[in-house]
Write a protein that binds this ligand. Structure first.
Ligand SMILES: Cc1cc2nc3c(=O)[nH]c(=O)nc-3n(C[C@H](O)[C@H](O)[C@H](O)COP(=O)(O)OP(=O)(O)OC[C@H]3O[C@@H](n4cnc5c(N)ncnc54)[C@H](O)[C@@H]3O)c2cc1C
Length: 476
């Protein structure tokens, strides 16, 4: 019997598991996929939002700034890749300039610091490639970029290190209240998992999970956003995050640097029927390129190394849905943007709500936080030789585009939540993140993963369950 079960190991479920792992609780984190961060937490714009966009009276407005500040702290504590770049919202007309003033006032009310409305000329001094048509801009120095899957993974790793149990490949198919306990049905062998408290952090599936426990209260409107990822060879295109002025449809297309010095262009916003549809379309990508060229006229999407899409858990309420919806049942549902940024604040709020609902919070005597990752390319040149002498595997570069060594791949295999697929290694060590997108290093990564785990190479998947890479042996 668990004190608490969390359904969904995205950034929200992982942030809550991390927060509650400091208390004397038996925690279970249940995830239907083969790793953490397999939903919206892996495919998004990866921005730490400053907090000027959401309405102050919304939960999004109340949790964004707290989450943003805690995000930076956690990135430092957990050695998560991030950069405080600042962001600009661009106005191309007098009318859009008026919207900047609204965002400025809202940002102040939400607790943002350092906001400024600057002239088009001042904006171009910060960003030389910016369109000459930009009239004015809202400068938000607290915004930044983050590695979203590393953020999720780092919190889940610390939770597991401190006793939380992570059950992957386990889909919740039904919930039943038995006295004071929840029985959780999963498709697999488990004939029901029992927990006193249950948290719904199931992303785009959160309305379905909610409906298993309580009367319908909200509906998810899955909303796809597509992207271009441009290679860093285009040069220093932008230094900060550039937004068009938002409209009712959302924050609009963004041009931003990534933590790996590439550039992300997107997303659009399209309500879809199939919640799992992360396909991309020519027409949407063309429109994204057109809107991005409005910001940076010289932008050339031929430098694209990947297109991808993520699905937002937008809902009919246009806000996060956070509520004790039934006895012992907490919804952390419909967590759309800025959910990545707000995750630590959502976890703090969830902790308070669970305590109010009767979950006893006694701090553990011993809790081991922190996390350190060796990134070979960050080791100063002068120290590399000595480091390689002591750790020879770091002397073999496996991913040439990103300069990732065998040592980093093996280290990722030895962490609390080892990767099971080549793509999951990419999310941890960074192999295949660069220009060739794994074309060269993929087979070598597969070999090392098979060697380190003793698994048959035929069993190693590219990404999700069943995505096998090799189909058979040609020679014995
Ligand atoms: C296109 C796009 C751009 C975005 N950009 C930003 C941004 O720049 N900054 C920002 O702050 N936010 C951004 N967001 C929002 C942010 O990504 C999300 O708010 C956040 O990732 C939501 O996390 P989550 O844990 O609720 O959902 P998810 O990450 O989707 O996790 C839910 C998990 O639940 C699992 N699950 C579902 N059903 C079941 C079941 N029955 N049994 C077991 N497990 C189940 C899923 O497999 C999944 O892993 C963006 C989102 C999108 C889609």
């Amino acid at each position: 019997m668990y004190d608490l079960a969390i359904i969904g190991a995205g950034v929200i479920g992982s942030a809550l598991a991390y927060t509650l792992s400091a208390y004397d609780l038996r925690i279970l984190l249940i995830e239907k996929e083969n790793d953490v961060a397999m939903g919206a937490s892996r495919a998004n714009t990866a921005l730490i939002h400053a907090g000027f966009d959401p309405l102050s009276e919304s939960l999004m407005g109340q949790l964004n700034v707290e989450g943003m500040r805690r995000c930076y702290e956690l990135c430092r504590e957990l050695d998560v890749e991030h950069r405080n770049t600042g962001a600009m919202v661009l106005a191309f007309s007098k009318e859009e300039e008026e919207t900047l003033e609204v965002l400025f006032q809202r940002g102040l009310a939400n607790g943002c610091r350092g906001l400024e409305i600057i002239s088009g000329q001042a904006a171009r001094e910060k960003e030389p490639h910016l369109s000459g048509e930009v009239f004015a801009a809202l400068w938000a120095p607290e915004a930044g970029v983050i590695n979203p899957w590393e953020f999720t993974l780092a919190m889940a790793e610390v939770a597991v290190r401190n006793g939380a149990e992570l059950r992957l490949n386990t889909e919740v198919t039904g919930l039943a209240r038995e006295g004071t306990v929840w029985r959780i049905e999963t498709g697999g062998e488990d004939r029901g998992i029992r927990a006193r408290f249950l948290v719904n952090a199931a992303g785009v599936e959160s309305d379905r999970i909610h409906n298993m426990a309580a009367p319908p209260a909200f509906q998810i409107l899955p909303t796809r956003g597509q992207y271009y990822l441009l290679d860093r060879t285009v040069g220093p295109l932008v230094h900060s995050i550039l937004f068009n002025t938002p409209t009712r449809a959302g924050k609009g297309v963004t041009v931003s640097p990534t933590i790996h010095d590439n550039f992300l262009i997107g997303p659009d916003s399209e309500i879809i029927c199939d919640r799992t549809d992360t396909g991309v379309t020519r027409s949407a990508l063309d429109e994204i390129a057109r809107l991005a060229r409005r910001i940076i006229p010289s932008l050339d999407v031929r430098a694209s190394i990947r297109n991808f899409a993520g699905v937002r858990a937008n809902s009919c309420h246009n806000d996060f849905f956070i509520d004790m919806a039934a006895e012992g049942f907490l919804d952390l549902a419909a967590i759309k943007s800025p959910g990545l940024t707000a995750a630590p604040a959502i976890a703090r709020l969830a902790r308070d709500l669970l305590e109010e609902a009767g979950l006893s919070m006694t701090k553990k005597e011993k809790w081991t936080g922190g996390r350190k990752v060796v990134r070979f390319k960050e080791i100063p040149e002068a120290e590399r030789e000595t480091f390689i002498r002591d750790h020879p595997l770091y002397g073999r570069v496996i991913c040439r585009c990103e300069a990732i060594t065998e040592g980093e791949i093996v280290a990722a295999m030895q962490r609390e939540i080892p990767p099971v697929s080549v793509d999951r290694m990419k999310r941890r060590a960074g192999t295949g993140m660069g220009r060739c997108q794994g074309g060269f290093c993929g087979p070598r990564v597969l070999e090392i993963m098979a060697r380190e785990t003793g698994r048959d190479p035929l069993e190693i998947e590219e990404d999700g369950r069943g995505s096998y890479i090799l189909t058979g042996r040609t020679k014995e």
